[in-house]
Design a protein around this ligand. Structure first.
Ligand SMILES: [Ca+2]
Length: 381
């Protein structure tokens, strides 16, 4: 656990927490992130949890948390079975960079990013002037972490972090997050009832975990509260700029770019046969936000797209099934046209596409594998 970590977007989480992203969560908020709280994210009675909380409260008092804050923080808190389930279900599956970028810099995320960048132009310009961090990079992080504030997370943070601290798989880490969350409430930045986030405790527009918040969050609006949860994203965006600025960001230096389009930097080719990137010290600063090459390239590329640039020039090689992205898009369109809905055609073969492939294969009397293939594409055309 290097420094911090916070969020939920398309990130691969620092800290080895694969479900958080940002200063330290799991970046990549996507359109598929549910916005309504699932039934298993509501508290259920749990005597073991209650006993753990009683003991924890003693430890918390020893760290300067007042009885009033504890009463307030735990008033409506409880054990959330869904948090443990999500924590256990995290798989180490790795997306290809091509798939990652298809999601991170989707048409919708680029379009909304350009609109958000224009809408918040004056705040972003002020942040760039004060912190030296490229306003397009700040906007891109916002886009990956919460889809520009659309998906900040509705899970009560005290419940989520106490459940994970009690559960114990990463108990010490989450107890630290819980203490930090209570200190934030005690300071008056936010009330317990408004303190919500991802199931792993990453909070607000740019998904800060509580300890990152304590170290880096700032009050940009000047009202005395560091409010990263409000509809006004100013404090959250300023906190992100502050985080980068204090983690090695250099004013005026590009993050990098596709090799051949920028000068300088060291060369990185995350996917064999795919595009090569030249990256700088600012690429490494982005990785302090979320320690993943895919995440940092996603942020950098999305920021370029927000600034008006087009897609990458180099293409990716065919996938393990011998399919290019164009093939996969054609397959998804073909399936959907035949009534096997893939829920969009983004070229990323996810659960919906696999379900559609299986249903189509069954309808054709083919072996049901759920895998894409050039043969399937030919059959559909
Ligand atoms: Ca404020």
């Amino acid at each position: 656990m290097s420094i911090t970590r916070r969020h939920f977007g398309l990130g691969l989480a620092t800290l080895g927490l694969s479900a958080c992203s940002g200063p330290q969560g799991l970046g990549l908020a996507g359109p598929d992130t549910p916005t309504r709280l699932a039934a298993d994210l509501r508290p259920v009675p749990n005597a073991g949890y209650d006993a753990w909380v009683t003991a924890f409260r003693g430890r918390a008092r020893g760290q300067g948390i007042s009885e009033a804050t504890l009463a307030d923080g735990f008033r409506n808190a409880g054990y959330l079975p869904g948090v443990v389930k999500r924590d256990r279900n995290q798989t180490e599956f790795k997306r290809s960079l091509e798939d990652y970028l298809s999601i991170a810099a989707s048409d919708e995320r680029v379009r909304k990013g350009r609109a958000a960048f224009a809408r918040h132009r004056s705040t972003l310009a002020a942040l760039e002037a004060q912190y030296g961090v490229d306003a397009k990079i700040i906007t891109a992080i916002w886009g990956l972490e919460s889809f520009y504030g659309e998906r900040k997370g509705d899970v009560p943070v005290i419940s989520a972090t106490s459940t994970l601290a009690y559960d114990g798989r990463r108990g010490a880490f989450f107890e630290k997050q819980l203490v930090a969350a209570l200190k934030i409430i005690q300071r008056g930045d936010i009330t317990a009832s408004r303190m919500t986030g991802s199931w792993a405790g990453a909070m607000g527009h740019t998904q800060f975990i509580p300890t990152s918040y304590q170290s880096f969050a700032v009050d940009f609006t000047g009202d005395g509260r560091r409010d990263i949860w409000s509809n006004d994203p100013s404090d959250a965006l300023a906190s992100t700029a502050a985080y980068l600025s204090r983690n090695g960001w250099r004013r005026g230096l590009a993050w990098g770019g596709e090799a051949g389009t920028v000068s300088g930097g060291s060369i990185l080719q995350p996917q064999a046969g795919g595009p090569r990137f030249a990256v700088t010290a600012n690429f490494r600063a982005i990785k302090r936000y979320n320690n993943s090459d895919s995440y940092a390239i996603g942020v950098g590329h999305l920021s370029d797209r927000i600034g008006g640039a087009g897609p990458l020039r180099a293409s990716f090689p065919p996938d393990e099934y011998g399919m290019t992205k164009d093939d996969r898009i054609a397959l998804q369109k073909g399936l959907t046209a035949k009534g096997f809905d893939t829920d969009g055609a983004d070229g990323v073969i996810g659960p919906n596409s696999r379900k559609a492939i299986s249903a189509y294969q069954a309808s054709q009397g083919l072996p049901v594998t759920g895998d894409p293939s050039p043969e399937l594409l030919r059959r559909l055309n």
